[in-house]
Design a protein around this ligand. Structure first.
Ligand code: ADP
Ligand code: ZN
Ligand code: ZN
Length: 756
């Protein structure tokens, strides 16, 4: 920061992006003076009101400053962040696209994409950080030999893996790697990254994962593979679990090019990587790629866009792709834009082994024959549906499922039981007067947590001790209604109370040790490191039955789990959210992917589904592990109903003191659009393609005493929707200023919303 701020008649005008409060009258692109001309992308400090803030110099030919333009009032920048190269053009284009597409200001998107410490550090502190930075990789640094990574810990690829890698190398993409759980997708990623880094000594790769805490193994595998080859600074992480200094360090590494691989969550899609050549999006279907606040961007969709800007390849990987990506990867002749790569077999499964050994005619074992009759692909667990209509009423565990779990215990194997609801019971109620544990601030029930005897609202956080008696009638007998993971854990322990672990007789346990039941969910993993230690206990075999939420269904490579059970998954079949079935199928397939990952146990691994709808097509497709069939059915329904991916959607959400105000705001904006915008030149055609639905309360209408409403906007044309939203913003701003909107708190647009 050697730049003196000095009035100078010869000074240059700059457009600078700054972070202004959302919806402030001041725009986010402001004009400043500078002594010398500065390249677009340069990081600067600028005065803003009474403070000084971080800004990014923007191309003044493509942007117009929205703030003060009186030449006499234009202030000088305070200084340049020396030693940090300007952000490159591709990065600026990515930010511009994201801001336009997701209907946010340029400044907000750009500044949110930079590490917080860039904003906070003083010039002196920054200089110190920069000096500590590692030197860029020397050309002479260990370069691995051979594409297969001889000398490293790389595996010899299976035929399916080799075919996928060859396609990725030969074609332009984008690629959708559709590979069964355990088919070795990660190994394909590692291989592609390794080939790239070997062939192009400057190239960088971006590897994105949904939630790094849930997939520590992936991070570990990348570090183990590449740190020995390129040094400890070559692999950096970027995610919200890091401290601000760590994030700055990673960001600087990526920006300077010294980091060759960036591993991160959705925020990493904005990492500045000047020589980005490959982007991997693992578990691309995962909803956590969509941001839930601010600019509600989809990091997966932006990754595809970014790859084009940077001239990089992009690989989306999943065993259960999003229906959007699946649809995009239909044959090119039908309009598909992505190349679909298939890896149907699990590593180490008999089919894969036979293929690899080139003995496809080997005779089948008895077990393989039974599984084949059930339509189970080799190496994948057998899916069993339990018809709960034929089980005792109110049974949580059917008799055969309980028996199957006991069998696992007897064999020293592990079982995993999941239920998508944490807490002890979702509601506490009074059997006399019908009182229920409603949250006073939300239109939702407070959940009963037995461990600390609290009623907790999962929406606003409001927590109270459980009352001794019914607050309305004084009846001391208030009872839990329904079941969460905490109660399930207790129940499993009761059911298995007299079962003993084999071979554990000792003086302390003359009959053998009791079964060990553990639970993993958001409540048991609040403290840093708790999840890691609990996962370690499962891996070490210290747990016989693991109970949990979808947290345990994702990503973990549990070797000794041979039974996975979903005790009550039916809810999603009847949800009003049209994506609920897609999410349930993905979740159950992911959960199934946890079973039998150890090849020697794969053949007797099972997934149990307790259901009142055993004939439901979703479960039938699941039984055959047939994602393509499930996807085809869903896409047909969506096409008929005019839902995504066959139509583009956006939601406008409004929050206000009353539901009436929130809805009136949306409805007025909608009427104004129809009445006024239709008169604009050339707009009749665009409006014709736009459907504005009436405002409705959100499914949880009130949270923390704020009323919430939403309006769906739909169009068969994505570009018509974009144009409409961009123009409609002005209308929404104007309606917000009208007197009848005085109870309004905020509004926001969500483009391509995931939950409606
Ligand atoms: P996915 O990401 O598709 O679920 P992984 O890449 O995690 O699958 O692979 C599953 C398991 O198989 C891992 O333990 C991995 O180390 C192993 N594996 C992957 N590829 C190979 C290979 N070519 N040879 C031997 N083992 C492999
Ligand atoms: Zn009562
Ligand atoms: Zn609440």
């Amino acid at each position: 920061m050697s730049f003196p701020a000095r009035a100078n008649p010869m000074s240059h005008w700059l457009c600078v992006l700054v972070q202004t409060p959302a919806h402030a009258s001041l725009g986010s692109v402001l004009s400043y003076r500078s002594e010398s001309t500065l390249a677009a992308g340069t990081l600067v400090r600028v005065p803003l009101g009474k403070r000084e803030t971080l800004g990014v110099v923007w191309d003044s030919t493509s942007t117009h400053a929205t703030g003060e333009l009186d030449p006499g009032k234009i202030r000088a920048i305070s200084g340049v962040l020396e030693g940090i190269e300007p952000l490159n053009t591709a990065w600026q284009q990515l930010v511009t696209f994201a801001a336009h597409y997701y209907q946010r200001s340029l400044g907000e998107v750009a500044l949110a994409a930079l590490p917080p410490q860039l904003r906070e550090l003083t010039a002196v502190q920054m200089q110190r950080r920069l000096r500590r930075r590692p030197a860029p990789p020397a050309a002479a640094q260990a370069i691995p030999t051979g594409g297969d990574g001889a000398g490293s810990n790389a595996a010899v690829l299976s035929d399916e893996q080799r075919a996928a890698v060859a396609q990725i190398q030969a074609q332009r993409g984008p690629f959708l790697l559709f590979g069964a759980t355990g088919s070795g997708k990660t190994e394909v990623y590692l291989h592609c990254v390794q080939t790239l880094l070997t062939e192009q000594p400057q190239a960088q790769a971006l590897v994105m994962v949904p939630e790094i805490n849930l997939t520590p193994q992936l991070e570990a595998r990348f570090k183990a593979r590449f740190e020995p080859l390129y040094g400890a600074d070559a692999v950096v992480s970027l995610h919200s679990g890091m401290t601000n200094p760590q994030r700055l360090k990673s960001w600087l590494g990526a920006h300077s090019g010294s980091a060759r691989i960036v591993l991160g969550t959705r925020m990493a899609v904005f990492a500045s990587m000047p020589t980005l050549r490959l982007i991997i999006v693992d578990e691309e279907h995962d909803p956590s790629y969509k941001s839930g606040e601010g600019a509600r961007y989809s990091a997966r969709d932006l990754a595809v866009y970014r790859a084009r800007l940077d001239g990089a390849k992009v690989v989306l990987g999943s065993a259960t792709p999003s229906l959007e990506s699946w649809h995009h990867s239909r044959p090119a002749a039908e309009g598909g834009r992505y190349l679909r790569l298939l890896m149907p077999s699990r590593i180490g499964s008999p089919a894969a082994a036979a293929l690899n050994a080139n003995k496809a005619n080997a005779p089948l074992t008895l077990q393989q024959t039974t599984r084949a009759a059930a339509g189970t692909p080799d190496g994948l667990p057998l899916v069993r549906r339990v018809d709960m209509n034929h089980q005792p009423r109110n049974a949580v565990f059917s008799i055969p499922l309980l028996e199957a779990i006991k069998e696992r215990v007897a064999r020293g194997e592990q079982s995993m039981v999941f239920l998508n609801r944490r807490g002890y019971a979702p509601v506490l109620h009074c059997t006399d007067c019908g009182w229920k544990s409603e949250c006073p601030h939300c239109s939702a029930f407070r959940v009963f947590h037995k461990i600390d005897r609290t009623l907790r609202c999962h929406h606003c956080g409001f927590t109270e001790r459980v009352p001794r008696a019914c607050p309305t009638c004084g009846n001391p007998d208030i009872a839990p209604l329904g079941r969460g993971t905490e109660r399930l854990e207790e129940h499993v322990a009761e059911l298995l109370a007299d079962v003993r672990r084999p071979g554990t007789v000792s003086s302390q346990y003359p009959d053998g040790e009791p079964v060990r039941v553990a639970r993993i969910d958001a409540d048991t993993t609040r403290q840093k490191g708790e999840l890691q230690s609990q996962l370690a206990a499962v891996h070490a075999g210290d747990v016989d039955v693991l109970v949990g939420t979808q947290m345990i269904a994702k990503g973990h490579d549990f070797r000794r789990i041979t039974l996975v059970a979903a005790v009550n998954p039916d809810g999603a079949l009847f949800s009003s959210d049209f994506r609920a079935a897609e999410r349930l199928f993905a979740l159950l397939m992911q959960a199934a992917g946890r079973a039998g990952r150890d090849a020697s146990l794969g053949e007797h691994s099972e997934v149990w589904i307790q259901t009142f709808q055993p004939a439901h097509p979703l479960y039938a497709a699941l039984k055959r592990h047939d994602y393509p069939e499930f996807a085809a059915t869903q896409l047909k329904e969506r096409a008929q109903a005019g839902l995504p991916p066959f139509t583009a959607q956006a939601l406008v959400r409004a929050e206000a003191r009353t539901q009436e105000v929130a809805q009136a705001f949306l409805n007025t904006a909608s009427q104004t659009a129809r009445a006024d915008m239709a008169l604009w030149d050339g707009w009749a055609d665009i409006l014709e393609q736009i459907t504005l639905y009436p405002a409705v309360p959100m499914s949880i209408q009130r949270v923390a005493n704020i009323e919430r409403a939403q309006m769906l906007v739909e169009s068969p044309s994505r570009s018509a929707l974009q144009q409409f939203l961009t123009a409609w913003q002005a209308v929404l701003h104007a309606v917000r200023q009208q007197p009848q909107s005085s109870g309004m708190i905020r509004w926001a647009i969500d483009v391509d919303p995931l939950a409606i």
